[in-house]
Design a protein around this ligand. Structure first.
Ligand code: MG
Length: 270
């Protein structure tokens, strides 16, 4: 199942996404996850009436982030070459940090570069969408049992503030600093090696394989849930490959992976 979340006539909808001759289409309604409180409220208040929309190209939809997480947990360094390009030590255990849900941005939305920073980077990443409440997950547990699916994310980072501040809350947490989407899919085989790419103004700047993870998904989930209970709908950003670089107003940044479509965002000064 592949699904997206979008606005139509001021109503939130979930759409089942299908590949039609290489283009993604919203073919019909998809079930809404229980954690989308805004959707449930609109349902209860009778604001959502029309489930019977016509199929449309995903590219033509007014997309929303496909997830409504209570928290976004990120992994700081999970590709060997990216650790080296920033001159960091190879981590002995996953380095974790948060981005706030207020930083979420849909595909098609515009990243705003804050005046407080003079160096804001893109970081294309594969994200896990958690499917049920989980704590203290064993690395031997079947992790697919707790992961609803996958989506794309861009861990936008104010690199100068990341270096200046003792921790990363501000550098990673500005509004619009977490583009995510366009779809959630449970049809990917991570173990087969999936390639993620980031393009800046059409030029490939990052390319990494999930086979290059320093910490595998079960190890990440075990490390995270040893400390933090994950809830249905929560996002886990799995780290970025090498090739990160700065954004300037007027840029277009695209993160893509076969089966997940293209997460595309414009850039402007705030
Ligand atoms: Mg990152």
């Amino acid at each position: 199942m592949n699904y997206c979340r979008f606005l139509l006539n001021d109503q939130i909808h979930y759409g089942a996404v299908e590949d039609v001759d290489g283009d993604l289409w919203i073919a019909g309604p998809a079930p809404a996850p229980t954690e989308d409180l805004a959707y449930r409220l609109a349902l209860e208040q009778g604001e959502i009436k029309n489930f019977d929309f016509q199929p449309m190209p995903l590219a033509a939809a007014d997309l929303l982030p496909p997830v409504t997480p209570s928290k976004i947990v990120c992994v700081g360094r999970n590709y060997r070459e990216h650790v080296q390009e920033l001159g960091n030590e190879m981590p002995a255990e996953p380095l974790l940090f948060f981005k706030p849900p207020s930083s979420l941005l849909a595909s098609g939305g515009t990243v705003r570069l804050p005046a407080l920073s003079s160096r804001v980077d893109f970081e294309g990443e594969l994200a896990l969408v958690i499917g049920r409440k989980v704590r203290k997950l064993s690395p031997e547990h079947n992790w697919r049992d707790v992961v609803r699916g996958f989506t794309l994310a861009n861990d936008i980072s104010a690199r100068d503030l990341q270096k200046k501040d003792a921790q990363w809350t501000r550098a990673k947490g500005f509004d619009t600093f977490c583009p995510v989407g366009p779809v959630v899919s449970d049809e990917l085989d991570l173990d087969a090696g999936l390639t993620i790419e980031t393009r800046l103004n059409g030029e490939v700047r990052q390319r990494g394989s999930t086979l290059d993870f320093i910490f595998s998904v079960p190890v990440l989930l075990s490390a995270i849930t040893a400390a933090i209970t994950l809830e249905a709908g929560d996002l886990v950003l799995t780290g970025t490959p090498s090739g990160v670089g700065p954004l300037t107003p007027g840029d277009r940044v695209q993160v893509s992976m076969t089966g997940l479509g293209v997460l595309e965002n414009g850039i402007e000064a705030d």
